[in-house]
Design a protein around this ligand. Structure first.
Ligand code: ZN
Length: 119
């Protein structure tokens, strides 16, 4: 069994909504990521909190920034870490390596398999 599938099985019975302390942990990481990209890609150093970072990010039509700003919206709505397709919890291992992950490993795999057969 591939690792991701094994993790997915383990999480099946857990509640799919993230705790607020977990959400705020990810919020910090996501805001930091926005800052990093603003600086690295656009040469903008933001000296301020989340709102200012979001404002700055909105000035650029940058898919990378948009993606992360979207993750931040999902944190605010309390649906961050939830698969957009099946609503199952996305394992923290996945989120930590990819903060903008929107799909759980099994949906991710399903989509890849679909696009493979479509080719
Ligand atoms: Zn899913």
């Amino acid at each position: 069994m591939p690792l991701f599938e094994a993790i997915g099985t383990q999480l099946e019975h857990r509640h799919s909504k993230m705790k607020s302390e977990e959400l705020s942990k990810y919020e910090k990481l996501v805001v930091q990521k926005l800052r990093d990209i603003l600086l690295a890609k656009h040469g903008v150093s933001v000296d301020g909190g989340k709102e200012l970072v979001l404002q700055e990010a909105a000035r650029f039509d940058c898919p990378e920034l948009n993606e992360i700003a979207f993750a931040l919206r999902r944190i605010e709505k309390g649906i961050y870490g939830q698969c957009v397709i099946c609503r199952h919890e996305i394992p923290s291992e996945v989120l930590e390596s990819n903060l903008t992950a929107r799909l759980c490993p099994s949906c991710q795999t399903a989509i890849h398999e679909k696009s493979d057969t479509a080719r």
